[in-house]
Design a protein around this ligand. Structure first.
Ligand code: GLP
Length: 249
C-alpha cells in the first residue's frame, strides 16, 4: 500500500485524476471501477476537463460501479445511476452499453447479483476508484461483512444511512438496502485508488492502514492488495502515526 498525503481536496482529486488519465492514454479501452459519494466528485470533474481538452476519450472505456441503492427507482435523483449520469456520463462520449451499474429491480435481485458478479469476473478492472465510509466500509461492504463476499444484497447500517441522509430530505427516505460488489470483486482489480478527505475519515484511514485485517473494518483488506494507492488530504491523515507525505508498506 502506498499512501500519499496531499494538501487538500483539490490536490487529492488532481493526483488521482492524473493517474487515471495516464492509464487511459496508455490503454484507451481501460476498464474503470467507479465510486459514488462526495469524495470522487473532484476526480470526475478533472476527467471531464481532460475529455473536453481532447486528452482522453471514453469511447472505448468500460465502467463498473460499486453499488446501487435498493428501494428507489433508478430515475430517483439520489440513485447511483442518476448520480453517475449527472456527474460524469452525460459530459463524455462513453457508450451506453459500456456502462455497468447494478440494476435494483426488487423482483430479480438474486439474478441481478449473480449476473453482475459474472460480468465483474469477466472484466477485471484496470483501476478501481474507492471512497471510504466513516465506519471503514468500501462500496457498501459494511463492518461485519465477510471479506470473501462476492456481489450481494446488504442491509445498510444506521451510521451509513445517517451519513448518507444529507443527500435525502430525511433519514426515513434513505434506502435500507443496497446491492454491492463484494470485497472479493473489489480486490479483483489490477490497481485500486482509495480517496479520503476531511477529519471525519481520519479514524477509518488509520484503522485501514495500521489496524488488523478485520471484518469490522472492511477497508483493512486493502493491506493485502498488491497495488493500492491511497490519496488523502491532511485532515484524513491526521491520525496516522507519522507526518511523512509518502508512506509505503
Ligand atoms: C457511500 C458509498 C461508498 C462511499 C461512501 C463515502 O456509502 N456506497 O462507495 O465511499 O458512501 O461517501 P462520501 O465520499 O460521500 O464520504
Amino acid at each position: 500500500m502506498q499512501i500519499h498525503v496531499v494538501k487538500n481536496y483539490d490536490e487529492m482529486s488532481k493526483k488521482a485524476a492524473s493517474i487515471i488519465i495516464k492509464e487511459i492514454i496508455v490503454k484507451p479501452s481501460l476498464i474503470l471501477g467507479l465510486a459514488t459519494g462526495s469524495t470522487p466528485l473532484g476526480v470526475y470533474e478533472k476527467l471531464i476537463e481532460a475529455y473536453e481538452t481532447g486528452l482522453i476519450s471514453f469511447e472505448n472505456i468500460k465502467t463498473f460501479n460499486l453499488d446501487e441503492y435498493i428501494g428507489i427507482p433508478r430515475e430517483h435523483p439520489q440513485s447511483y445511476y442518476s448520480f453517475m449520469n449527472e456527474h460524469l456520463f452525460k459530459y463524455v462520449d462513453i457508450k451506453k452499453e459500456n456502462i455497468n451499474i447494478p440494476d435494483n429491480d426488487i423482483n430479480r435481485l438474486n439474478e441481478i447479483a449473480k449476473e453482475y458478479n459474472n460480468r465483474l469476473f469477466g472484466n477485471q478492472r484496470d483501476i478501481q476508484i474507492l471512497g471510504i465510509g466513516a465506519n471503514g466500509h468500501i462500496g457498501f461492504n459494511e463492518p461485519g461483512s465477510s471479506l470473501s463476499n462476492q456481489t450481494f444484497i446488504v442491509e445498510l447500517n444506521e451510521e451509513t444511512r445517517k451519513d448518507n441522509a444529507r443527500f435525502f430530505n430525511s433519514l426515513e427516505e434513505v434506502p435500507k438496502y443496497a446491492i454491492t460488489m463484494g470485497i472479493k470483486n473489489i480486490m479483483y482489480s489490477r490497481k485500486i485508488i482509495l480517496l479520503a478527505s476531511g477529519k471525519k475519515k481520519a479514524e477509518a484511514i488509520y484503522k485501514m492502514a495500521y489496524g488488523d485485517i478485520d471484518t469490522r473494518v472492511p477497508a483493512s483488506i486493502l493491506q493485502l492488495h498488491p497495488d493500492c494507492i491511497v490519496i488523502i488530504d491532511k485532515e484524513a491523515a491526521s491520525m496516522l502515526p507519522t507526518n511523512e507525505t509518502f508512506i509505503e508498506f
